[in-house]
Design a protein around this ligand. Structure first.
Ligand code: ZN
Ligand code: MG
Length: 457
């Protein structure tokens, strides 16, 4: 190769890197279509095109480079990956794109089931149509529609069916979807609580869909019913095989699909609110259901709660912080176990946020109370509705300022530092140091997130 050829090649690399830095998507694409090997070439200080694009927040270029198979884990001479660079310069949308842990963790934990990034119970399958909650005529109309789906809850447990008669371990269960005809007598009973969940989200129109002549067909509406009728009798209303009402929601509700789990998170929390707050919290009088089950108003006309807006009238959500505390060395995390956990399981520390407290302060207080470890910076990661009965689990990473452990034995029986390698081994199941919490929990996702975050450093 002559020096002339060499410099021509170098010049192309320079042009390519420059286009990425400027966010010139069309030039980046053109150059890549001619010389695909450009994608991982580096310039001065080991910077790749991805790093330049990440530095300047060019989302579309980053996306294009990733789709051309560039190595997002390569690091420059300062040991920074494109992710680190985007994060440092505050390009959140870019760092989110690069920080997705699925492929990162696939690299660290090959073969593990890591395709999901969202938290269980968080998928919104229905359009809640909250504006329709006050439209009594519309709601009435939807209630008797033959396409309407009813979920039936007994003692706050949804009726589900299982593909096998023995519905114990590992088997996915499905919500039983009842029709109006199967539940209409229940709707007449005074003890029945009925809530409107929403309507199915419209899929993209397809040519073969069975639409009405004018092309307008309302998507099916979903309701949930909680009843205290005899559970065994209720099961006869469904045509599915192996129907049952799960006895241990904490475990059994983790067997649903992502879609159905999202619906249950909504339905169960609202129904649980009705069952716990039947009387007016302000004056103790009876209350009446309104707004499709999203409001309970006091029936005592003199009640204070009828003047102004009061949050006692609306379903509640209880915020909980759940955090993975990271050792100041960056390479260990703090996990604890409650007495009720299965043998060997360790998980993130967690606790309710108290009134007048920020999320960050709640993290610091809870960690210190439960483990004696002092915490400095706190970073939010993601959250998860947890319908047992209506928590919102706010997942955070936190950095420890001290490392000595002294557990509060009322809350947890043991807390320990685990190295990143121990966490990886535990996820893989090879020489596990502890049992990982189920993948449906945000604790699992937080630990995985931390492993993924660090695997490129
Ligand atoms: Zn009242
Ligand atoms: Mg606590």
């Amino acid at each position: 190769m002559t020096s002339l050829q060499l410099s021509a090649q170098e010049e192309t690399v320079e042009r390519f890197l420059d286009a990425a830095a400027r966010g010139d998507l069309s030039q980046v694409s053109t150059l890549l279509s001619h010389v695909s090997s450009l994608v991982n070439r580096t310039g001065r200080s080991g910077w790749t095109a991805l790093m330049f694009a990440a530095r300047n927040g060019h989302y579309d270029v980053v996306e294009a480079l990733l789709s051309h198979g560039c190595d997002k884990f390569s690091v420059n001479s300062s040991s920074q990956s494109a992710y680190d660079i985007a994060k440092f310069w505050g390009h959140r949308h870019v760092s989110n794109l690069l920080g997705r842990t699925d492929d990162g963790c696939q690299r660290v934990l090959p073969g593990s089931d890591l395709h999901q990034q969202e938290n269980y119970f968080s998928r919104e399958t229905l359009d809640r149509l909250s504006a329709k909650r006050t439209d009594k005529v519309w709601l009435e109309d939807r209630r008797s529609d033959p396409d309407t789906v009813y979920l039936l809850f007994s003692n706050l447990s949804p009726m589900v069916s299982s593909p096998r008669e023995n519905h114990s371990a590992g088997v996915e269960s499905k919500l039983c979807r009842l029709r109006y005809e199967a539940v209409k007598d229940l709707l007449q009973k005074p003890a029945t609580v009925l809530i409107f969940l929403g309507v199915e989200k419209r899929r993209k129109p397809s040519s073969s869909s069975s639409q009405t002549v004018d092309g307008v067909q309302e998507p099916p509406a979903w309701f949930a019913i909680n009843t205290d009728e005899d559970a065994a009798e209720l099961l006869k209303r469904c045509r599915e095989k192996n129907c049952y009402f799960p006895k241990t929601p904490n475990r059994d509700l983790l067997k649903l699909s992502e879609e159905e789990a999202g619906v249950v998170a909504q339905a169960r929390s609202v129904l649980a609110w009705h069952s716990r707050y039947s009387f007016c919290p302000t004056c103790g009088s009876s209350t009446g259901l309104e707004e499709g089950g999203y409001k309970r108003s006091c029936l005592n006309p003199d009640c204070r709660s009828l003047k102004g807006v009061h949050n006692t009238c609306y379903p509640r959500v209880d915020p909980v912080v759940i955090m993975l505390v990271i050792h100041p060395d960056g390479n260990q995390c703090l996990l604890g176990r409650k007495k009720i956990f299965p043998v060997g399981m360790f998980s993130c520390l967690a606790g309710f946020i108290e009134p007048g407290e920020t999320m960050e302060e709640a993290v610091r207080r809870e960690v210190e109370e439960e483990s004696g470890v002092k915490v400095g910076p706190v970073q939010y990661v993601s959250c998860q509705p947890w319908p047992m009965p209506s928590n919102l689990m706010i997942g955070c990473l936190a950095v420890a300022l001290s490392t000595g452990i002294k557990v509060d034995e009322d809350e947890i029986e043991e807390a320990r530092w685990f190295s990143r390698q121990q966490a990886i081994d535990s996820f893989r199941g090879t020489r596990p140091a502890f049992t990982v919490p189920p993948r449906q929990t945000i604790a699992h996702q937080l630990i995985r997130h931390w492993i993924g975050m660090n695997c490129n450093l």
